[in-house]
Design a binder for this molecule. Structure first.
Ligand SMILES: [Mg+2]
Length: 272
């Protein structure tokens, strides 16, 4: 109980790809593109990224409903995609995603010191994802070797539904024994992360440089000319703001001052 008095924030819940690992959130994009390419359908980056963060099967369903994809599907198969197509694509997606996951498991710079600081303050660390349990466990093992671990991470199949539903966040609060939900913060790199946080009644922080909004690996980002970096940052930040994240930051490395501000607002009686 004393830790509760000390901390206005009870838990911080981080997304995985694009937020704490996989700079640019490349693994799911490249895999979805391969799955559709195997059907002779090209998937543009921006289309593949539009609904990123959802449970992967839901994401595939949404992709098939995109006008660009519907048109290509019609051209290729002379019919609209049906439910069994979603199943087949998802079954093809799983092994492809597993096979390349470790190529994209590097922990993003700045995550470990921030999480260590939060933990030293008695704040619980949770994780949510759109990946399957097997994918999540693969990533967790890789991240542990790089000194990043959550107290508990959950995936859509653990609770029956992924983002934008709040159930992974609810279950984390129960299992981590934290309350109220208004003392929790959700941090993620996609619109669906922010929706998940809002739906859970939590504070939300959108990460706009290291993940889905810009979509570049750490190396590609480093090599980008300064003028292109600036325009990409302006665009990504505006897009994240437009979707009503309480705060936006370039990367998790920048989270501590924002979390301190949230803490101050909670102690003043404000709610998300
Ligand atoms: Mg993500």
């Amino acid at each position: 109980m004393s830790s509760k008095r000390r901390n206005a924030i009870a838990a911080v819940i981080f997304d995985w790809a694009g937020t704490t690992v996989d700079h640019g959130s490349l693994a799911p994009v490249r895999t979805l593109q391969r799955v559709f390419a195997n059907r002779d359908i090209s998937l543009a980056d921006d289309v593949a990224r539009r609904d990123m963060g959802m449970a992967k099967r839901d994401h595939i369903r949404n992709l098939l409903a995109e006008p660009e994809v519907q048109a290509e599907w019609q051209r290729r198969y002379q019919r609209a995609a049906v439910e069994s197509d979603i199943d087949e694509l998802y079954q093809e997606f799983i092994p492809l995603q597993m096979s390349c996951l470790l190529d994209y498991a590097q922990v993003i710079d700045g995550v470990v010191p921030v999480v260590d600081t939060l933990r030293s303050r008695g704040i619980r660390i949770g994780g949510t994802t759109g990946y399957t349990r097997a994918m999540l466990e693969t990533l967790e093992a890789a991240a542990r070797k790089q000194e990043y671990r959550t107290d508990l991470s959950l995936c859509p199949e653990d609770v029956g539904a992924g983002r934008p539903h709040p159930f992974m966040c609810y279950q984390l609060a129960v299992n981590l024994e934290v309350s109220p939900l208004s003392a929790c913060v959700k941090i993620g790199d996609t619109i669906s992360d922010i929706e998940e946080g809002h739906n859970a009644g939590m504070w939300t922080i959108g990460v706009f440089r290291t993940g889905n909004m810009i979509g570049l690996s750490a190396q590609d980002w480093k090599e980008l000319p300064a003028v292109d970096k600036n325009s990409a940052l302006v665009r990504a930040k505006a897009s994240m703001r437009e979707h009503a994240a309480h705060y936006v930051i370039e990367s998790v490395a920048d989270a501590l001052p924002v979390l301190e501000e949230i803490e101050y607002r909670i102690t003043r009686g404000e709610r998300p």
